[in-house]
Design a protein around this ligand. Structure first.
Ligand code: SF4
Length: 456
């Protein structure tokens, strides 16, 4: 079983697959050279970004992410405010690999956008080479950024071993590979989904450490909203998209009303605050991806942020949401480059609906129904970011996704019948739809809004 602390990661905007993943891959590549005591022999590094990483990599920050990774930075640890100075340093013609070994380096020369290579194993490919004296090849590896900040080697994708899927040291007490198995385990052990997931996490680490990790995620999500509500101005990238969350928040707090629709305003602006931060390269939590990072925090902020039970409810929300998210990750994909936006915003909506249904006291069956509804009405959602930037339609799409998640939870809690569509069926439908979807709509910016809206 994957862990909640793998599914949700604190990272850097604007993209988990195109920023967080490439940074982790680049760092891992140079770290393994250091482990093999070859780092000192390196005189040149060459990286080829392939497929979707090449097609939308510039707008999604992949090139900069590679540079930072080569310098030894990890997405969790880097201070977003320090990034411009670090990149300016790298622009001067050399970098220190792992912060230690200096090599001549120019992003324009040494990081190629191989748009013509569409890898078979996964559309987000990255080939990295290290050369020594007289161009001797020291290392040549191909890695893939598989969505949500996850990475995999060519070998892991081509021939996944049992230990790649279930690390030998981590044996969960309640392993499940489908929604049906999850519900059956809940029934036979009289557990709700959050309790079952927490018990499984016990095979990774002591419970107190898991809860502390969840609290760090929650704090990062709420901090991201607060920062997004306070930052003004235009987002980077050339589309001149103005941040809207701060103004909406000011209007709302200056003129409190009892209108029911204020709920929509709050969900909208909390989600947009996160995604505007994400687009600006700020610190966000992959939930389960950066592009869809606003939905879960927005619903959490609205329903699990205040009052004596708030932290306990928020933990319950996140544990439940991760129990559902793991199913999407393991049975389909959470990568926009593989599934389109249904795999990002659709999955986040499904996870948020499940979390909220659990907080509202839903049975495991109702929670699964909420997750199913959250995805059912996002099926077929394409990924077509204008200008290759995670701004249009991504920011508003998170606002709509947050509202839809709340509605899905309401619908599920009002139903006491067996749903006609199961969670497993909708996940499989998403997977098949993703496979059938034209590559134009899978994080390539070659179709949809990306070609019909002028990127200027
Ligand atoms: S359209 Fe959806 S999947 Fe594509 S970049 Fe935006 S949020 Fe991610």
């Amino acid at each position: 079983m994957l862990s909640i602390l793998q599914l949700f990661r604190i990272g850097l905007g604007p993209s988990s697959s195109h920023t967080v993943g490439p940074m982790r891959i680049a760092r891992r590549f140079v770290a393994s050279l250091a482990e093999a005591r070859k780092l000192g022999d390196v005189s040149r590094i060459g990286i080829a970004l392939q497929g979707s990483l090449a097609l939308t990599g510039v707008g999604h920050g992949s090139v900069d992410a590679c540079v930072l990774g080569l310098m030894g930075w990890e997405p969790e640890a880097i201070d977003p405010d320090a990034v411009p100075a670090l990149l300016a340093q790298a622009g001067k013609g050399s970098i220190r690999l792992m912060g230690q070994h200096p090599v001549a380096f120019s992003p324009a020369r040494d990081i190629a956008l191989a748009c013509d290579i569409i890898p078979e194993l996964h559309p987000n490919g990255m080939r990295l080479k290290a050369f020594g004296q007289r161009e001797a090849l020291l290392a040549d590896e191909t890695w893939y950024s598989t969505g949500g900040g996850f990475i995999a080697s060519a070998r892991q994708l081509a021939t996944p071993s049992a230990d790649d899927l279930v690390p030998s040291l981590v044996r969960a007490p309640y392993p499940y590979a489908s929604g049906a198995e999850l519900l059956s385990l809940c029934g036979s052990h009289d557990l709700d989904i959050a309790a079952l997931v927490l018990a499984n996490e016990g095979s990774w680490r002591p419970e107190a450490e898991t809860l502390a990790g969840i609290d760090r995620l929650l704090d990062a999500m709420f901090a991201c909203i607060e920062r997004g509500l306070a930052q003004e101005g235009c987002l980077p990238g050339g589309l001149r998209v103005r941040r809207r969350a701060p103004e909406m928040w000011r209007k709302l707090t200056a003129n409190p009303t009892n209108e029911t629709e204020v709920l929509l305003d709050r969900l909208n602006l909390f989600a947009m605050a996160v995604n505007e931060e994400n687009a600006a390269g700020g610190r966000v939590v992959t939930a389960p991806t950066n592009g869809a990072a606003g939905i879960i925090p927005a619903v959490l902020r609205q329903y699990c942020h205040e009052g004596p039970q708030a932290r306990e409810q928020a933990r319950r929300f996140l544990l439940t949401a991760s129990g559902i998210g793991l199913l999407y990750k393991q049975r389909a994909s959470i990568s926009g480059a593989e599934m389109g936006c249904q795999g990002e915003v659709g999955v986040a909506c499904s996870m948020a609906a499940a979390g909220l249904a659990a907080v509202w006291g839903g049975t495991p069956q109702q929670v699964a129904a909420a997750a199913e509804i959250g995805m059912e009405h996002n099926l077929g959602l394409t990924c077509d970011p204008v200008g290759g930037l995670v701004q249009i339609p991504c920011i508003e799409r998170n606002a709509i996704g947050a509202v839809k998640a709340v509605n899905a939870a309401r619908l599920a809690l009002h139903s006491h019948e067996m749903p006609k569509v199961s969670l497993d069926q909708v996940i499989e439908t998403m997977r098949q739809t993703g496979i059938d979807m034209s590559a134009k709509y899978k994080e390539t910016s070659l179709g949809g809004l990306a070609v019909n809206v002028a990127a200027c």
